[in-house]
Every structure is written in C-alpha cells, then in structure tokens.
Design a protein around this ligand. Structure first.
Ligand code: SF4
Length: 73
C-alpha cells in the first residue's frame, strides 16, 4: 500500500503526523509531507488509523499500483 496526500484538502491540524510519524513529517509551516509513501506491512494498521483520523480525507491509502490523477505512479 502507498500513502497519498492531497495538500489542497489538508488543514494542517496534524493528526497524521501524530499517528504515523514514521512516514509523515511536518514541513516548516506545520503541514504534513510524506517522508516515505510505501507503507511497510508492520505500519499498515497505523497508516489505516491515520487515514481514518484525517478530518479532511486528505490522506489516503491506495494499492501499490493505483494511479494518481490518471497517471501511473
Ligand atoms: S490529518 Fe489530514 S488534514 Fe490533518 S494534517 Fe494530516 S492530512 Fe492534513
């Protein structure tokens, strides 16, 4: 699975960074950046919790071969 972030939907509140700090960090303005999009199996349950906790649905967990914006990733 891979993490995807839609920055235009994100409010920067930071639940994702608190729940999944291994893969998501904050930039200098406090908005999340994905450090590592590939989610290791041992972090998948935490990734699912972070996606579920995102109040803006800006964070998504997608299958490895999913397309973003119609283009292959
Ligand atoms: S939890 Fe969602 S809305 Fe909040 S900072 Fe993370 S991605 Fe953005």
């Amino acid at each position: 699975m891979r993490l995807q972030l839609d920055p235009s939907s994100c409010d920067g509140f930071g639940f994702c960074m608190g729940l999944l700090g291994e893969l998501v960090a904050g930039d200098e303005w406090g908005f999340p950046i994905i450090k590592e999009a590939n989610v290791p199996a041992e972090l998948e349950s935490y990734a699912r919790q972070a996606v579920k906790a995102c109040p803006r649905k800006a964070l998504q967990l997608v299958p490895e071969r999913a397309c973003a914006g119609g283009r292959p990733t």
